[in-house]
Design a protein around this ligand. Sequence first.
Ligand code: FAD
Length: 367
Amino acid sequence: MIGAGIAGASVAAALTRAGLHCGLVLEREPLPGTHASGRNAAIARQLERHPALLRLTVAGVRRLAGTCFEGRPVLHRTGGVYLGQGDTASASELVAGLHAHGVPAEILLPLEAWRRFPFLQGFAFRYAIFCPTDGIVDIHALLIGLLAEARQGGFEVITECTVGSLLLEGSRVAGVRTARGEVRTQLVVDASGAWAGRLGREASPLPLQPLRRHLFVGEPGGSSGPMPRGAPFVWDLDAGYYVRPESGGLLMCPCDEAEHPPGVPAPDPAAAELLADKILNYSPGLGDVVLHRSWACLRTFAPDRLPTIGWDADIPGLFHVSGLGGYGITTSLAAGDLAAALIDGAAAGEMDASAFSPRRAEVVKGR
Ligand SMILES: Cc1cc2nc3c(=O)[nH]c(=O)nc-3n(C[C@H](O)[C@H](O)[C@H](O)COP(=O)(O)OP(=O)(O)OC[C@H]3O[C@@H](n4cnc5c(N)ncnc54)[C@H](O)[C@@H]3O)c2cc1C
């Protein structure tokens, strides 16, 4: 397993559940979860338009809701409120998609939304979709719990171990070369996040694009009360920003996107301006929030913005779990289950595995 982010941890744990009791998770950093998996907004959001992705997010949230590590639930079901600035036609479609999977969701017009969630009076919107089973993930509990499960199942997690290249026999995987020596194996899972899709494919990497995004933590000033602790996250689908309670203050995101090479991006001051613009225009009730911390990190996407989960098209023994975009936490457990099933040669269950295949046209034509 290349990478001890949420993808590597989840697939390793799922493989042990499927009966594979010997493996290595190799991570270049001193600590697991150093990149996207430890620097995200921790929102478990089921609402998606693409049918295959919707299936994966719904399954992901169901799995999160049923998971505890050391008695600690990993999902806190706060619910999610999605705001819209247009008419409700597209909202009806989104809600119907959730209902088709048995996920409760309802459209609220402003008066009803304000009655149910008085803090929404600080937000401008034409309608809201409330999805009560969405929530916030305890990232630390999830990542550490999955790695512990993988270790108990027979995996070893080795940090400060960069994988430099793939060892091939003919075109088949025979192992990896690391900074600390060679490892022989017939199966390599590339779960290397923003770096994914290059290992063994230097001449034709998978078309995975890391995009930088900023998060901000702030405190409301004197005049507006904060969103109450445990309130649903609020995500404006049209204006493109989200906000949720965080440690007595607020976590906020302007939903910015800028291409960036794999690595640790430096924050760009323009992102704070973008956030300020959106807040002033769409949530004036938060206009006096004082921002006191920000960071940037990378979300990685295939051209069609669907995850890439499956066997490499050209290199037998190489499996990809990457391109988890902005839903890698939401989908983590379901993606792990799917990957383990495909590696094991089992059926993909209710998932549409072909939509995520590295052999799908969108990925192949971009190489
Ligand atoms: C700002 C932001 C907000 C987000 N918010 C949410 C959210 O609210 N909800 C949600 O569901 N998702 C969210 N996401 C997306 C989510 O964080 C990612 O989809 C997910 O963390 C990706 O996990 P990963 O394991 O694929 O990648 P990573 O966490 O990046 O892990 C990959 C690991 O591989 C290691 N690695 C790379 N190359 C090598 C190598 N050659 N050898 C050894 N190790 C290597 C890296 O060091 C890294 O630790 C957000 C992302 C960002 C950036």
